[in-house]
Design a binder for this molecule. Structure first.
Ligand code: FER
Length: 299
């Protein structure tokens, strides 16, 4: 009983935004989908704590660029924004792999940059030869005309479904016409946190011909049930990476646990990385740090 009480308290604490500046992000409201945490034997880290200096900007290495760009979304009928990281020394003479990185229910195209400073993590990893030079695209997953995370953020859930078309029909073509990128599935990754993790599972498994690398960080309950995502486990064979991660103090961990249990029972190779975090930015930052290092794109 005392354990249950503690779990509920921890779940409530997990709903506090930890990093977002005041007034910018409204934390998720309590929903039945946040539930008491029951940890399982497999719920362990697959990777250690990141090493010292992992998230500190170094002046002695080349730096990439983070730029807010705009694209025309036919899906939404609006000009929309996305944040794009290009690696150090980006050159149109080369062709780069792309990671599409999706935010959570209360976020927008700036959320990953605020939560995890991907430009610092990637600049450091690329300098150390631990991650491939890649482009990271951080779009807005709320595909509707007013895509700001205002009011009741749960009211915008339908727009997170519409986003599938925005990504496939508008965002990817815009990136591929504007940047020098590899266009095959083996050089295209999709990942996201919470709501964006659920979107990654839904969109990724429905379009395995478009993405070879999938990462779901602390998936939200918008992720379809595993049997619907992957009715035929053999269909996952072309995946180069299926990454599932979550904090062990996250009231949504049951969503990720169910995905892991299904993949394990069907012998679908995947990473299962559970660390001592809540539904919070530190969890997603270290998940991104280790995830990008697993993206072993062919040259
Ligand atoms: C829900 C609870 C949380 C839900 C989504 C979330 C779709 C997403 C949380 C986040 O993105 O942080 O019931 O329903």
């Amino acid at each position: 009983m005392r354990y249950l009480f503690l779990c509920i308290l921890q779940t409530a604490a997990a709903m506090e935004p930890t990093v977002a500046p005041p007034g910018q992000v409204i934390p998720p409201q309590p929903r039945p989908s946040w539930s008491a945490i029951v940890l399982k034997d497999d719920d362990k880290p697959a990777f250690p704590e990141p090493p010292a200096g992992w998230d500190v900007r170094r002046e002695d290495i080349p730096h990439g660029k983070l730029q807010m760009i705009e694209y025309d979304s036919k899906t939404v009928g609006a000009r929309r924004k996305m944040n794009v990281y290009t690696p150090p020394g980006y050159s149109p003479e080369k062709k780069y792999p792309v990671l599409y990185l999706l935010h959570g229910i209360g976020g927008d195209e700036t959320e990953w940059a605020r939560y995890a400073q991907p430009e610092i993590l990637l600049d450091n990893l690329i300098a150390d030869g631990k991650a491939a030079p890649m482009i990271i695209v951080m779009p807005n997953g709320r595909a509707q005309k007013d895509d700001r995370p205002t009011g009741d953020i749960f009211k915008h859930i339908p727009a997170f479904l519409v986003f599938e078309r925005d990504l496939l029909d508008d965002i990817i073509p815009a990136i591929e016409s504007r940047y020098s990128v590899r266009k095959d599935r083996e050089h295209r990754a999709l990942a996201g946190l919470s709501m964006g993790g659920g979107q990654t599972m839904n969109i990724g498994f429905a379009h395995l011909d478009r993405f070879a690398w999938l990462g779901a960080f602390s998936s939200g309950p918008n992720a379809r049930k595993s049997e619907e995502l992957l009715p035929d486990p053999a269909a996952a064979q072309p995946l180069k990476l299926l990454w599932l991660s979550c904090g062990n103090r996250d009231g949504l961990i049951h969503v990720s646990q169910d995905l892991h249990a299904y993949m394990k029972s069907k012998n679908v190779p995947h990473v299962w990385h559970v660390t001592d975090h809540a539904h919070d930015a530190p969890e997603w930052k270290q998940a991104l740090y280790w995830f990008v290092q697993q993206l072993a794109f062919a040259p």
